[in-house]
Design a protein around this ligand. Sequence first.
Ligand code: TGC
Ligand code: FAD
Length: 397
Amino acid sequence: PLAFDWKDPLGASNLYTEDELAIAETAESYCQERMLPRVLEAFRNEEYDRKILEEMGELGLLGATIKGYDCAGVSSVASGLITRAVERVDSGYRSGMSVQSSLAMGGIEEFGTEEQKERFLPGMAKGKILGCFGLTEPNHGSDPGSMESVAKPHPTKKGYYSLSGSKTWITNSPIADVLLVWAKLQQTGKIRGFLVEREKCPPGTLETPKLGNKNGLRASITGMIQMDDIPVPHENMFPDIEGLRGPFSCLNSARYGIAWGVIGALEDAIARTREYALERKQFKGNPIAKYQLVQKKLADATTDAAYGILAAYQVGRLKDEGKAAPEMISMIKRQNCDRALVNTRTLQEVFGGNAVSDEYHIGRHVSNLFVTQTYEGQSDIHALILGRAITGIQAFC
Ligand code: TGC
Ligand code: FAD
């Protein structure tokens, strides 16, 4: 019989093209050799090294699906494999990359003018210009349509809007050079996208305080965006897109990436648990891997990881053919985040007391995966998106 590979239980690697396998290998080597050695200190001290994005830029890993503008133009499956490699190390590093690539660069690529694309994308692809994506507000998270941030005609500067409001829980905001902010245009009441350039904001109009003391995603940087009459030139607004379709279209790509990424974190948890269970001996010198309850935990986790990858792969191929409905992305985002969190939390038990030491990495994955289940649409919100598509009835309010 053919040998079973617990690292690739359903043989997903047979589905990737040679180019995709080569990209995955480049990303894996970088992540394991350059990122992994830094992650414990970063997580302990809540420090995000922005050089990581520059290093990823040098390897062509940022905005990787974008064609032109110094981006690599790879397939959605290849970008998923990159995301999985990064999150195998830490969900916070993947978050920093997702926001740069899918949310900020993706938004500019999909909705920006040609001038905006030329101005921002090449520098962002190299990790020299950092972006963030401001949708969530202190009073409006799952329901961003009720946002209060507003853009009015500037009272004194002709050709400018004046942007005011507050965004919270924004990945990369404290270090971002260009902030993609969603706000309602006062004249129409419709949501529009604005590119706020930090260096052009007059003193006192833009503050981006860091939100510290997080108990998950500590290797990423998160903050607020406080806007007090920021003058933003008309040419920095996305020209044609209005309403929630703008931000949600960017979220489709980022949610798709998370579906791949969290399986990377789960796979790392499986590999570490397996190794630990084979080495740790209890009762008459037996490795704890010999016990059926431990084996079941590994079997459940490995099955969910394998199914999760195949589902993400399928949606990736459909995405490149223009056939991926947003509800498909809701399904894989929700399922993979939930299964990664539940299984990693169960595997944590195999480490006994050692699970409490960060050197075993498992607790870090568990606390990170709680966040992945919450942002970009909490799992129950995705259940309601699916419920609406199945029944035709919306149950949000
Ligand atoms: P609804 O009536 O459903 O839709 C309003 C308009 O938006 C369109 N639309 C979409 N378009 C493209 N892709 C999608 N996935 C879309 N979903 C909706 C829709 O067609 C409609 O268009 P139009 O032209 O008819 O106006 O809007 P609703 O207000 O009822 O929405 C409800 C709900 C729950 C679906 C939505 O608000 C939701 O998804 N809430 C979750 C919020 C969320 O995901 N926030 C994410 C913030 S960003 C983030 O977390 C980044 S973390 C990054 C990191 O660190 O990795
Ligand atoms: P709420 O909307 O208050 O929800 C609380 C709970 O109520 C959830 O369990 C939710 O499912 C439930 N709930 C709400 N409405 C309903 C309903 N109708 N029916 C049933 N249950 C419901 N946002 C950005 O814009 N950009 C970013 O870069 C970004 N990065 C983030 C990074 C981190 C570390 C974190 C923690 C968050 C980030 N977010 C970002 C915000 C994130 O998207 C929101 O936290 C998320 O959308 C949930 O919103 P909320 O926190 O306001 O929760």
